[in-house]
Design a protein around this ligand. Structure first.
Ligand SMILES: C[S@@+](CC[C@H](N)C(=O)[O-])C[C@H]1O[C@@H](n2cnc3c(N)ncnc32)[C@H](O)[C@@H]1O
Length: 223
């Protein structure tokens, strides 16, 4: 998969290359590129945004700047999904992550300040995605969330088996994962459920299924 991010803060993406899951798939299942709108802006002095028409506070990322950035990288209209990150988009969930991880290529556009000129969303993008119903200061954290969630679904990203039984997976019927415990078996009087120390794998598996169902039911009831 090829994953391209366009941003005004390329430094925000440095560390993620060195950590799993990205480090495990980079150069194999994943090509990851970060582009700075300022490097290709057609405006002078690295300008990328402007005052909103109609007045009001903040600066708006310009459509000609984003078009120039996309043209510089793809030459023509990209033949893959181009996703704008915005709090107004379709909310990211595991189903959408699985869908994106199947794509051969994906472009993520982030903005800052007031956000995108609407024509970017209307004419240059195929999707608008939000990571949740709250407003962050820029699209870098949302882009990192998408990159991480997608990368860990690629073959070889995780150690064998660890991505198969987890929250929202088909193995748990889309529900939440059961609780985990590790040593010590007792700490400050806080104990581990006896069954996990029993060595009875069948009963442990059944206990975990029950815990997952109970948590998932609680979550559904709360929403
Ligand atoms: C301060 S926000 C702009 C918010 C916009 N003025 C609004 O009210 O909808 C700046 C940028 O951060 C990113 N952003 C902020 N919150 C986000 C979220 N929940 N999901 C995805 N992107 C987000 C987007 O790229 C957005 O254009």
């Amino acid at each position: 998969m090829r994953l391209d991010v366009f941003t005004l803060v390329p430094d925000a993406f440095a560390w993620i290359r060195e950590r799993r899951p990205l480090a495990a798939v980079l150069g194999r299942e994943l090509e990851f590129n970060v582009f700075n709108y300022r490097d290709t802006t057609p405006l002078s002095a690295g300008q990328v945004d402007d005052d909103p028409y109609g007045g009001g506070p903040g600066m708006v990322l310009r459509v000609d700047v984003v078009a120039a950035a996309l043209d510089a990288v793809y030459g023509e209209r990209p033949d893959h999904r181009v996703v704008a990150l915005s709090p107004q988009g379709r909310q990211l969930d595991q189903e959408l992550v699985e869908e994106l991880a199947e794509e051969p290529a994906l472009t993520l556009l982030s903005a800052r300040f007031e956000g995108f000129d609407q024509r970017i969303l209307d004419h240059l993008c195929t999707d608008v995605i939000s990571i949740g119903p709250y407003v962050l200061s820029g699209g870098e954290i949302p882009a990192l969330a998408v990159v991480d969630a997608v990368a860990r679904r690629l073959p070889g990203a995780l150690s064998a088996g660890s991505g198969e039984i987890e929250s929202f997976s088909a193995a748990l019927d889309g529900g939440l994962e059961y609780p985990h415990y590790t040593r010590p078996a007792e700490f400050r009087g806080w104990t581990v459920p006896e069954i996990l120390l029993s060595g009875d794998h069948g009963r442990v598996a059944e206990w975990r299924r029950e815990q997952s169902r109970a948590r998932s039911g609680d979550q559904l009831g709360a929403s």
